[in-house]
Design a protein around this ligand. Structure first.
Ligand code: IYR
Length: 231
């Protein structure tokens, strides 16, 4: 690799950026189309196999998520990966307590009607069956060695982007997930003994799909419905 050139900006070192491979116009079109076709095969899966997934796969998925851009490059996230069966059971138990209250009294009738086609309910067996749970925690602020607090910026946007990239990394590995958001989620920080600057954001069960899996027969909005071009 060619030696990086350096310049100074505001007194900070910047290094020359080697552009990624450049493609012909035809290659651009094919690659973008193929990526879309591949990504469009992703589905949220609620039925998991208990087949083991090596820890290194989870590490690579977390590293992929952590390449996300973030406000002032603060990377305001911690990804907790859980394979410990008794911890998974505790998480399932606590999540189902909250979900029972949500489905029975917190969620509106209209909300539950909207969820009917998806077939979700208060039972969350995947929290025990999936070999791994990855929980994204957002850091409202950072705390340094001396205990001083430092601001983070655009935390929801940053962690949301990282989670999207994680979902893509899971799909790329040939594994499946779903975005599980028990509400309220503070039991997760408690069970995992997270510091007070961390709040649970989304929980992702990760694993292989179960042997025979059914998903809702739903489609995605068309390009016309989700976009407007101003040329
Ligand atoms: N958090 C609940 C309910 C739920 C809400 C939405 I919006 C969904 O798209 C799916 C589920 C649950 O996990 O069941």
């Amino acid at each position: 690799m060619a030696k990086k050139e350096t310049i100074r900006v505001n007194g900070y070192e910047h290094i020359s950026f080697e552009p990624p491979l450049t493609y012909t116009k035809e290659e651009l079109i094919t690659r973008s189309k193929e990526f879309y076709t591949w990504l469009d095969q992703r589905r949220s899966i609620r039925m998991f196999s208990d087949k083991e997934v090596p820890r290194v796969v989870i590490e690579n998925i977390i590293l992929s998520a952590s390449t996300a851009p973030s406000g002032a490059h603060k990377q305001p996230w911690t990804f907790c990966a859980i394979s410990n069966p008794s911890l998974k059971s505790k998480i399932r138990e606590a999540a189902e307590v909250e979900e029972k209250i949500s489905y029975e009294s917190r969620m509106s009738e209209r909300w539950k009607k909207d969820l009917e086609p998806l077939g979700t309910d208060m039972n969350k067996p995947f929290l025990e069956i999936a070999p791994w749970l990855i929980i994204a925690f957002k850091k409202a602020y950072d705390v340094d060695q001396e205990g001083n607090k430092h601001n983070n910026y655009y935390v929801n946007e940053s962690v949301g982007i990282a989670c999207g990239m994680m979902i893509t990394a899971i799909h790329n590995a040939g594994l499946v997930t779903l975005t599980h958001t028990p509400s309220p989620m503070n039991f997760l920080a408690k069970l995992l003994k997270r510091p007070s600057n961390e709040r649970a954001f989304i929980l992702f069960p990760v694993g292989y799909p179960g042997e025979k899996v059914f998903v809702p027969n739903i489609t995605r909005k068309s390009l016309q419905e989700v976009s407007r071009f101003y040329e």
